[in-house]
Design a protein around this ligand. Structure first.
Ligand code: SF4
Length: 302
């Protein structure tokens, strides 16, 4: 039986106790593909509220103190619940929007406050590759010296035609170059990929897996394309990804990825009524159980 290096297993080995991520949404953070810097409207599947349970709508002018107080509030309420489940340490996961799309000094203040929170053992920053310039890279490098840091980069696909079709406003070349720069600084990188993007064949999806793997990533998140209300992609007439096809693709991807790659996620679920399709993503636990069982049949323990 092959036991996959899941993030939970990795963290337990690294810290000696159970650690999980607490997702955080910082008020007034945004994304250059939403605010007009690179594009408007965002990626066609993106509705941040659907995957960021803590996201609160706020006025566009928000002080750093307001952001810090929102961070504390979200962190404490999640930490209390998770401590009861046996987690002894937490990674502050800056999840919503693009979390390096802010002045370095603001990020430093937020990260310092996060690191001062009880049981916070590290930081994970989700962002776009084009939001990491040299100053940001220097800052992340410094942060990496001070704590257990992950930078999560949205790759989604290695095919520029797909990235264009989903209004990503970023090329795979940018993703590859940014990941190379992060790795040159010894910063842990987790790449995000989506299976089932419009017009992608199974071969194209596997090409993306191979290309992302070649970037020497430390971890990967794989999830099916899911369509939620108010996403631009909801207006298109798309064939939803079936669980059977997703499982075949996932198993194929696992067999191709280097054994050292850590799996931070292999599924997705939307635990609210915004999900349109695929319906099997409506229940995270059930989807995970289907995935686990199918992987076991292949001799893979997740
Ligand atoms: S880069 Fe991320 S936050 Fe920005 S529009 Fe795309 S999915 Fe949404």
């Amino acid at each position: 039986m092959r036991v996959l290096p899941t993030f939970g297993r990795h963290l337990r080995r690294r810290f000696g106790f159970r650690v999980c991520k607490i997702p955080l949404s910082i008020p007034a953070f945004t994304c250059p593909n939403i605010d007009g810097r690179y594009g408007r409207g965002g990626c066609s599947y993106c509705v941040n509220e659907s995957f960021s349970p803590n996201l609160e709508k706020t006025a566009s002018i928000v002080t750093l103190e307001t952001q810090i107080s929102a961070l504390r509030k979200q962190y404490r309420s999640s930490a209390k619940r998770l401590r009861a489940l046996g987690f002894k340490g937490f990674i502050a996961y800056f999840q919503s929007f693009s979390n390096t799309y802010a002045p370095v000094e603001s990020l430093r203040a937020l990260h310092d406050r996060a690191l001062a929170l009880k049981d916070c053992v590290g930081i994970s920053v989700g962002t776009r590759a084009d939001c990491i310039d040299d100053d940001m890279l220097n800052y992340l490098s410094d942060l990496n010296e001070r704590t257990y840091l992950w930078v999560e980069i949205g790759a989604q696909s290695s095919h520029d035609s797909t990235l264009e079709a989903i209004n990503r406003r970023e090329s795979f070349d940018t993703v590859a170059k940014t990941i190379a720069k992060l790795k040159a600084r010894d910063i842990r990188v987790c790449a995000h990929t989506i299976f089932g993007l419009p017009r992608e064949t199974d071969e194209m999806i596997m090409q993306s897996i191979d290309r992302v793997a070649a970037l020497n990533i430390d971890a990967i998140k794989i999830h099916p394309l899911y369509i939620v209300k108010n996403a631009a992609i909801a207006k298109k007439d798309l064939e939803p990804l079936t669980i059977e096809r997703y499982l075949d693709l996932l198993i194929n991807a696992i067999k191709r990825l280097p054994e050292s790659v850590i799996y931070q996620r292999v599924s997705a679920g939307v635990d609210n009524d915004t999900l349109i399709a695929p319906k099997w993503c409506a229940n995270k636990n059930r989807a995970m159980s289907l995935i686990r069982n199918r992987l076991l049949q292949e001799g893979i323990a997740y």
